[in-house]
Design a binder for this molecule. Structure first.
Ligand SMILES: [Zn+2]
Length: 144
């Protein structure tokens, strides 16, 4: 059954197609030129959008503060999401999410537990602490 909405969508699609054909007939490079013309605006928009989602997610996992939960560092480019139990690389592989995609995923999942905002210095210190702990556990197991 064709609804009024379907009919309207079809009309709009056809009108759009006619418009594109007319523009290409007037200037074969029309869409290429528009792409170049809007490139700077688009990059600017994407950068602001990226900063906005990162700020939102990092603030949530910073317990309401846009800062590292250990030392208080608050510069955007120093902060990242820490997997509290380690295993961040395993999770990135499992989810197939890294970088910004991971921030969007966290928000979409309703901010699951097990993460926190850390600065990179604290990330490296934590990573080393977990590594040392696991090494000590393995030594203990192998000595039994
Ligand atoms: Zn820190």
């Amino acid at each position: 059954m064709i609804t009024i909405d379907d009919k309207r969508k079809k009309q709009l699609r056809e009108a759009s197609s006619r418009w594109k054909k007319r523009k290409l007939a007037e200037n074969p490079n029309f869409f290429r030129e528009q792409y170049q013309k809007n490139l700077i605006h688009r990059q600017d928009y994407e950068r602001r959008n990226k900063d906005r989602i990162k700020t939102e997610v990092l603030t949530y996992y910073g317990n309401g503060l846009f800062a590292c939960v250990i030392c208080g560092e608050s510069r955007l480019h120093c902060l990242s999401i820490d997997h509290i139990n380690g295993n961040g690389s395993l999770e990135r592989k499992r989810l197939g999410k890294a970088g910004l995609g991971f921030y969007y995923w966290l928000k979409k999942q309703g901010y699951p537990e097990g993460y926190r905002t850390l600065c990179m210095n604290c990330q490296f210190i934590e990573r080393n602490r977990i590594y040392e702990e696991r090494l000590a556990e393995r030594r203990l197991i192998s000595s039994q």
